[in-house]
Design a protein around this ligand. Sequence first.
Ligand code: ZN
Length: 384
Amino acid sequence: MTVYDDLVGQGPVIEQLQAAAAAGAKALAGEGGGGMTHAWLFTGPPGSGRSTAARAFAAALLCPDQGCGHCASCHQVLSGTHADVEVVRPAGLSYGVRETRELVLRAASSPTGGRWRIVLFEDADRSTEQAANALLKAIEEPPTRTVWLLCAPSPDDLVVTIRSRCRLVTLRTPPAHAVADVLVRRDGIDPDVAAAAARAAQGHVGRAKRLATDEQARQRRADVLGVPARLSGVGPAVVAAESLVKAAEAEAKELGVEKDAEETAALRQALGESAKGRMPRGTAGALKELEDRQKSRTTRMKRDALDRALLDLASYYRDLLVVQLGAGVELVNVDRGRELRSVGGTPEATLHRLEAIMECRERLEANVNPLLAVEAMAMALRTG
Ligand SMILES: [Zn+2]
């Protein structure tokens, strides 16, 4: 095994990172060569494994064997406990300038293990503009032992000044068969179930696993795919839109509530909660700050859940287009083949519907009220 085992369908990326880790080891040994690149940008569609790749690379840089996957250092990095790796995961919609400045200071300290000090910045695209400027300064003049690993959906999501100083690592959407393979091999999932889930998840490894193992997730997806058949009039379209938004909210709540409660309990304890549940003086601010962060995270999770639903819906019309054009391409929703063949309509109308979904996604990203955006989409889906 190696640190790259969890990367699915990313052969070229693994080769690139192995070569880079070897160059890093040379630089440490004073053998020079090309030296070490201090800023990396991992990009790829959601679920392709951006942060998994960045974490594996961090492990490889700190491992005496360049990423064996089983030494103490590799274990620590992969489990998130290595002292020289700081993982930044913006909880809310954005990462602020004050947090970034503090991070830059911490990143400049010497590595305890003598190799590298690594900052793994997930969702770096959520930095505010000021935060990005603070980050830029750190990347322009990096301390000799500091390595920044930034993750973002695409290079365009970062300001050009940062992007141009990073070496790019580009992950692709893993093919369905590679995703299915890993579900079978790593998670012991039945091959047929794994294959269907991998196709439905369209290259999103984590989502494929959830669809394969979580009945509720499967049901929610089936509800979304049932929307087109329910758009028989204006009234039903409004109802369908509302149910899409509600389902996304319920999903986000389900995923978030448990986390919120755990965090709050941990913080109350750390701040010195009494046996009777009373908090010491002066702790209200810290609790309020946590509450704000959790609210912001819930908003993000709702938006992500709704976006996933819209992508599922798009997969339905994509399949319909495949059927209408007689393209010999495999359907994402194989189990709906018969239904799709009976729908009828023109490819032009289907393309308009796909455009309506993509426009809705853009509007949501631009903070338009979700219900309004989804209702407008439902109306466009109805008429085509
Ligand atoms: Zn190792």
